[in-house]
Design a protein around this ligand. Structure first.
Ligand SMILES: [Zn+2]
Length: 252
């Protein structure tokens, strides 16, 4: 009897196995124009089965699903890039959802986030999110590869392509980070989309989920940050000042 109680306690602490977020570089470095792929897709795929990011030279939006990396290019084409392709920024987790619900009616992005908030009661925790289903509206974007000298992200994002994809079946992946992560990652929700046919996707700007969509969340209690080494663009970037306003501009 005592043994059974101990096992339950370990499971409910949520720290056994999954739940470790691995992040490659920082969002402020990306905002500052550090687009060199100091890490590679193989590393990202090994570190998690769900996540998002971008690619060397800012060449498209990354979706990680099932340890596979997908590259949504700015022309809308979705590729399976080689493991050697670089990435300047990515966040992944070994996703093992601890809560699941089905949407009972059509939900706007705002309403959906409010519903997910109810499943994620710790405002200071990191949550991974996956949502599968049909979307009557899905507005995404992707950004084209940049040339050196790299512009900062606000300027680069002006060249983004916007896609109106709905109605469409697919999967939303991403995270809700707490406000105190603001220089490292994106506070609040940051979500990317991959269609069921794996032929379209991108960074989500807006969406409406139809009823019956399955929402899964996981509270992540471990966080590992991998930084590029000395000598490259990361070590020369100016990362002292608060870039919250620039982040608002490019991520929403
Ligand atoms: Zn994004």
């Amino acid at each position: 009897m005592k043994k059974a109680i101990l096992v339950l306690a370990l499971l409910s602490c949520g720290c056994a196995g999954g739940g470790k977020v691995t992040q490659f570089s920082t969002i402020d470095a990306l905002l500052a124009g550090v687009y060199d792929g100091d890490f590679d897709c193989a590393q990202v795929a090994r570190a998690g089965n769900l996540g998002l990011g971008t690619f060397d030279r800012l060449d498209g939006e990354m979706v990680v699903s099932g340890h596979r990396v997908y590259q949504v290019k700015s022309d809308g084409v979705v590729l399976r890039p080689p493991g050697s392709l670089g990435t300047p920024f990515a966040t992944v987790v070994n996703f093992r959802p601890d809560k699941t619900f089905k949407t009972s009616s059509g939900l706007s992005m705002r309403a959906l986030e409010e519903q997910i908030d109810r499943l994620c009661p710790n405002p200071n925790g990191i949550y991974a999110v996956r949502l599968s289903g049909r979307f009557s509206a899905m507005k995404t974007r992707s950004v084209p590869a940049q040339c050196k000298p790299y512009p900062d992200l606000v300027v680069a994002a002006e060249k983004q392509t916007i896609f109106e994809l709905g109605p469409i079946d697919g999967t939303v992946v991403g995270f809700r980070f707490p406000a105190y992560f603001k220089s490292l990652n994106v506070p609040g929700y940051h979500l990317h989309f991959l269609s069921k046919s794996k032929s379209s996707g991108g960074h989500i700007l807006g969406m409406t989920a139809e009823s019956g969509s399955v929402v899964q969340v996981q509270e992540c209690k471990r966080f590992e940050l991998l930084l590029p080494g000395a000598g490259g663009a990361f070590s020369k970037a100016l990362l002292e000042h608060d870039r919250s306003r620039e982040l608002q501009q490019v991520e929403r």
